[in-house]
Design a protein around this ligand. Structure first.
Ligand SMILES: *Cc1c(COP(=O)(O)O)cnc(C)c1O
Length: 459
């Protein structure tokens, strides 16, 4: 293993270059500070996307609200906008402070994307956006829509659905991306195919088939399912492939969350400025959702928002991609990690080059969380707040404590002159999914979590 070359270097050479790599490879929980982060003004000059791209995506979602409230009546209460509440979780906060023996300074909030309408995970933000944009382009190209000013409830009519039935959408996924793409794609009338690896959860396959989607199971891991799906789709000119690894549309769909969050913080009279820092902790798989949301928040709050992403100890793909500077050229499996985790939404061994490249100067850092801790937090959140999250969605929850307790975290706060401002800080743990999980599966997660209380030692 050690003599094998990974992106041009041996493991030994990588370990000499990156001191924290040893801990990562021995599956320790780590806190990592991104030394490539730049002040916002400088970092922005190096990327081709701006606030304008975000506002454009937001306007598109606003146009489609008239459609969504018809075909997805659960969005009627929010007038066709797919958004989630920002909640305080005082009992969970108290629990965390007790088991970690330290306090969380400032305000601690949970962003409830587990309750997003239509698909119940953070994927609803990026994936539904991408499908809607594709539908809009087709409708404009073929004259079904004359302009953006028309009433988009037209998309709910038979004429539109019958038009879209001539077109295909395909996606390769561990599950949640497929649920978002499949649900909206099929409802619009598209012929949708979702490629999954055999080990993807059975209930996700069943749900998709129930919603009229073709599910193809591949005898291989996630990366290969994605590749196979892309190859098949590329052969067919009528087929559009939603590409988790390379899609700027997915990324831009996620960014809109930032504009919405800004309004929610204002409604709660929560200030974000130089003396009132905002910290967000986002679970990270391939990187699109934490990347997009962080990018959006940076456009609004600049250097006053600090974005950390969280990964399982067995699958720190974005952390390793950024640490090595090799992005998608390194897989955690090259380094001997097995890539296995209970947090299936995060089980992506190789990060997105597109996202890593955009975000390398914006992310503040990351940390890893082991499965025992994930399970334990899952059952604790049910006990304390009656909030049912899927494992991946817990990764952001210990972020504030990890920042304030770890040596790396403390030095980050000092370096940015934040140590004395933490009482005025706001921490947001992004809960990324949960409401779709069947009760039996959730009961099982809960049981495993209870057992983990005895085993896990909080760091
Ligand atoms: C996909 C997913 C994530 C991570 O999003 P990426 O864009 O893959 O980084 C986090 N939580 C859940 C529940 C997910 O499904």
């Amino acid at each position: 293993m050690t003599s094998m070359s990974i992106a041009g270097k041996t493991v030994d050479a990588w370990e000499r270059e990156i001191p924290q790599l040893k801990d990562i490879l021995s599956l320790k929980e780590i806190f990592w500070i991104n030394s490539a982060k730049l002040p916002f003004e400088e970092a922005s000059k190096l990327v081709p996307y701006t606030k304008e791209n975000i506002n454009d995506a937001e306007a598109r979602l606003n146009r489609f609200a008239a459609y969504l409230r018809i075909d997805f009546p659960e969005t009627e209460v929010s007038k066709g906008i797919i958004e989630s509440p920002l909640s305080s979780i005082p009992s969970m906060k108290e629990y965390l402070e007790t088991v970690y023996h330290s306090s969380i300074p400032g305000t601690f909030l949970l962003k409830r994307d587990d309750t997003l309408p239509i698909a119940g995970t953070i994927k609803a933000r990026g994936a539904i956006y991408e499908v809607l944009k594709h539908a809009e382009i087709l409708a404009l190209e073929h004259g079904l829509l004359k302009s953006w000013n028309e009433d988009y409830s037209l998309f709910a009519t038979e004429a539109f659905k019958s038009f879209f039935s001539n077109y295909k959408i395909a996606v390769g996924t561990t599950g949640n991306l497929g649920i978002s793409v499949g649900t909206v794609g099929a409802m619009l009338g598209f012929d949708v195919t979702v490629h999954m690896s055999v080990e993807a959860k059975q209930w996700k396959k069943d749900l998709l088939r129930f919603r009229g989607v073709t599910v193809i199971e591949h005898e291989s891991d996630f990366t290969n399912a994605v590749k196979k799906g892309r190859e098949q789709s590329d052969l067919d000119p009528m087929s559009y492939y939603v590409d988790d690894e390379h899609s700027i549309e997915l990324f831009l769909g996620y960014t809109v969350a930032a504009n919405r969050l800004q309004k929610q913080l204002e409604q709660e009279n929560i200030l974000v400025d130089e003396n009132h820092p905002l910290f967000v902790y986002l679970p990270c798989g391939i990187g699109g959702s934490p990347g997009g949301i962080s990018f959006g928040l940076k456009q609004i709050y600049g250097d006053n928002v600090h974005c950390f992403f969280a990964e399982p100890t067995h699958v720190p793909s974005m952390t390793m991609g950024l640490m090595t500077g090799k992005f998608d050229q390194v897989s955690v499996k090259d380094f001997g990690l097995d890539g296995l985790t209970v947090a299936d939404g995060l089980a992506v061994p190789r990060t997105s080059k597109l996202v890593a490249n955009i975000m390398k100067h914006f992310f503040s850092g990351s940390y890893t969380i082991d499965d025992f801790e994930t399970n334990r937090l899952l059952s604790a959140l049910i006990d304390k707040e009656k909030i049912y999250l899927e494992p991946a969605a817990l990764a952001g929850v210990p972020g504030a404590l990890r920042l304030c307790r770890s040596e790396e975290g403390k030095s980050y706060l000092e370096k940015h002159d934040l140590t004395d401002k933490m009482d005025q800080a706001t921490h947001i743990a992004w809960a990324t999914g949960g409401s779709m999980v069947p009760k039996d599966d959730m009961d099982q997660f809960y049981e495993v979590g209870l057992q983990s209380h005895a085993i896990a030692t909080p760091r």
